[in-house]
Design a protein around this ligand. Structure first.
Ligand code: 5AD
Ligand code: FES
Length: 401
């Protein structure tokens, strides 16, 4: 018997079901096509099936479908965001993270305003249409004012004939008050990334100290959306104790929240973070495949989102980000943090590109994008189509989607 067609779309039940539970195996290309057709009703069984593919061969029909959906809805261009990790000072103590507050073994730094603006200007000259300002979390008044100043200064310094509005700015600096988010939005930041890490309250609780709550994080995501940001979130994949059902819950939460962007990557242990060694994790190869499967499933479920091929993918395989693009991602965040401080921003062990200068990263990244048959979208913000659509239709109809 061939390995084809062991799970099928049941139009009456409106769900995917294994034809025979015990032999649910490789899904045929035709079946993957049916999955795509059935997206609006896509249910947990179909998603779970995608997420549990353990080899590239098993995942291939889904990957191909996701790539087609991406090309059809978002085109073949890849959007660049220069990633500026401007400070590793952090008040949080996430159990998985290498720059958590209680890690005393890492030297702390904050780039000067001049360094940040200079780096952003370099991005504008290169044609990267946007930057991401990422840092550890702080909520003190000095920090809030510093970020506001940095956003204003970048906007003023990066207006070019190609981009008269200046670079697009994404912030990734954690949980803040609504006032702070609004202040930064009015200064000119128009996207915000705040990863939920896991939408499962139980798993979130195991990953964070009691002071950091699932409810507070979720409330921040809602605030950001209300203020008018393009909102991105994401989760780590392959965490100890995480199940495929947790990941299905994450996917459905992305959709229900109506986020515009996703940044997801494999969990990678850090030697000075206490989650290391707490519970079994799958091998690097399997965690990488799981992360690629999440990108695929997210693209199939939400065709118009911007999805990043993250650096963590590249930490597990040299071509991890290219694989991310092939599985449905359309954003890459080239590292532009000044090399002298890069080693201090180690969220996890084995972070790539630590020794390359931004110039090397730039030529490398374009080649990598071309190698998978895609092209770079130069000098553009590259907003998510999902955001453009929700701004046009307004919130009432958007909720119907
Ligand atoms: N492995 C993978 N990703 C990590 N992050 C932090 N620590 C790790 C780790 N050990 C990710 C989190 C966070 C982002 C800035 O980096 O998802 O939101
Ligand atoms: Fe929370 Fe670094 S301390 S992600």
């Amino acid at each position: 018997m061939s390995g084809e067609a062991r799970i099928a779309w049941d139009p009456q039940a409106r769900r995917f079901a294994p034809l025979h539970q015990e032999e649910a195996g490789i899904m045929s290309v035709a079946m993957a096509g049916a999955l795509v057709e059935s997206l609006p009703a896509c249910d947990p069984v179909g998603l779970r099936r995608i997420l549990t593919a353990r080899t590239a061969a098993e995942a291939e029909p889904f990957r191909r479908a996701a790539e087609q959906v991406l090309l059809q809805h978002c085109g073949d261009s890849v959007r660049l965001r220069g990633l500026i990790e401007f400070s590793n000072r952090c008040v949080c103590d996430c159990h998985y993270c290498g720059i958590r507050r209680s890690n005393r073994r890492v030297g702390r730094y904050t780039l000067s305003l001049a360094d940040i603006v200079e780096t952003a200007r370099w991005c504008a000259t290169k044609g990267y249409g946007s930057v991401v300002l990422q840092a550890g979390e702080r909520r003190d008044g000095r920090f809030v004012a510093f970020v506001e100043q940095a956003v204003c200064a970048i906007k003023a310094a990066t207006r070019t004939p190609h981009q008269p509005e200046g670079l697009g700015i994404t912030l990734c600096v954690g949980e803040q008050t609504a006032d702070t988010y609004a202040r930064w939005f009015h200064a000119g930041a128009h996207r915000y990334l705040l990863r939920m890490e896991s939408f499962s309250p139980a798993l979130f609780g195991r990953l964070h100290p009691p002071a950091q709550t699932h409810a507070a994080r979720l409330a921040c995501l809602r605030m950001l959306k209300e203020i008018g940001y393009q909102v991105g979130t994401g989760v780590m994949i392959g965490l100890p104790g995480q199940t495929p059902d947790d990941l299905v819950e994450d996917l459905l939460a992305f959709r229900d929240l109506g986020v515009d962007m996703l940044g997801m990557g494999p969990y990678i242990p850090h030697v000075d973070a206490p989650l290391e060694g707490q519970g079994e994790i799958a091998s690097d190869a399997v965690r990488l495949q799981m992360a690629l499967n999440m990108i695929t499933a997210a693209r199939l479920l939400m065709p118009t989102l911007n999805i990043a091929a993250t650096t963590a993918l590249q930490a597990l395989a040299g071509d991890g980000r290219e694989q991310g693009l092939r599985h449905g991602a359309n954003v890459i965040m080239p590292q532009v943090t000044p090399p002298r401080v890069r080693k201090l921003y180690t969220l996890y062990d084995g972070k790539p590109c630590l020794d390359d200068n931004p110039e090397q990263c730039a030529s490398c990244v374009e080649g990598r994008i071309r190698s998978v048959g895609r092209r770079v979208l130069w000098h553009a913000w590259g907003d998510s189509r999902h955001y453009a659509e929700r701004m046009r239709v307004g919130p009432a109809q958007e909720d119907l989607r």
